[in-house]
Design a protein around this ligand. Structure first.
Ligand SMILES: [Fe+2]
Ligand SMILES: [Fe+2]
Length: 289
């Protein structure tokens, strides 16, 4: 009987400090800080993108559910403030005790330069970046074997950007990663987690300042290396797509899991790996909770 592994994929929890007053933030950061613009934008436009009640219900669900790995594809916070990471840690504590939680950072987790010196996300969640690291000319290849038939790679894409930009940048060495896969994991199920999308559903558009700068390189990497599943967030919807070229790599977006309480975009995915096959099913909390 082949082993069976269950993954749940969630993203974009966007913890905020609801008690934080704008004048206090201005005093601390200065009027021109990107965090000020982010605070205002969150109050005016983005608060509905992550509903606290939906997030709380989702976390309660995750505490009860059966899973072997929980994958979080970035944007844990909103302004990358210490208090946001602290709150996120508190909320994740029992999940981390329950099983391996595997993360990558989103643009909001590295919102300003100050948040990466030191990197607040990997510091607060050091146990959620359990990747093996292989040195390469850039940042290294980060990967984790999931049982004996699958392997998960992280592509780091988040870095601080100027005021209006949410653009991502690939910071992993994809060439070295591709060679490493060919040498070691050609026959395994190959999974990748990153924050930014690789493929958009037909008819949807993404603004230039919101997308991954080298998106074509990401697409090429996923296709050339026969990646089976690509987990991401960033766009606050939920979808499952096959790539338009080979019709093979499936890209899973969990960015909408705290945004919608019902309708076709609510919920997220559960992935069951059995031997070197996978099965994807939808979890919709509004119908199952
Ligand atoms: Fe997000
Ligand atoms: Fe994002």
């Amino acid at each position: 009987m082949p082993e069976s592994i269950t993954l749940l994929h969630v993203s974009d929890f966007h913890f905020t400090d609801e008690t934080l007053l704008l004048r206090k933030l201005i005093r601390k950061e200065g009027l021109l800080s990107k965090r000020i613009a982010g605070w205002v934008n969150n109050k005016m436009n983005r608060s509905g993108h992550c509903q606290t009640e939906t997030r709380t219900r989702l976390i309660e669900y995750l505490k009860q559910a059966d899973w072997d790995y929980l994958i979080f594809s970035g944007d844990l916070t909103t302004l990358a403030l210490e208090q946001e990471f602290r709150e996120a840690r508190k909320q994740f504590e029992s999940l981390i005790k329950k099983g391996p939680v595997i993360m990558t950072a989103g643009n909001h987790d590295r919102y300003v330069r100050r948040a990466i010196d030191p990197d607040l996300m990997t510091q607060t969640f050091s146990d959620c970046f359990p990747y093996n690291q292989r040195s390469s000319p850039d940042q290294g290849i980060r990967y984790l074997e999931l049982g004996s038939t699958a392997v998960l790679f992280e592509i780091d894409m988040a870095c601080p950007r100027f005021y209006l930009s949410a653009r991502g940048k690939i910071q992993s060495d994809l060439k070295a990663m591709g060679a490493f896969i060919a040498d070691n994991y050609r026959d395994r199920l190959k999974l990748v987690v990153g924050h930014y999308l690789a493929f958009l559903p037909q008819g949807q558009k993404e603004g230039l300042l919101h997308q991954l700068a080298d998106i074509k390189r990401l697409q090429q990497f996923l296709l050339d290396n026969n990646i089976d599943l690509y987990f991401h967030g960033h766009i606050h919807n939920t979808w499952q797509l096959t790539d338009p070229v080979k019709g093979r790599t499936i890209s899973l977006n969990a960015g909408g899991c705290c945004r919608y309480t019902n309708g076709p975009w609510s919920g997220f995915h559960k992935i069951t790996l059995t031997g070197n096959r996978y099965h994807i099913s939808r979890i919709n909390l509004s119908s199952s909770a």
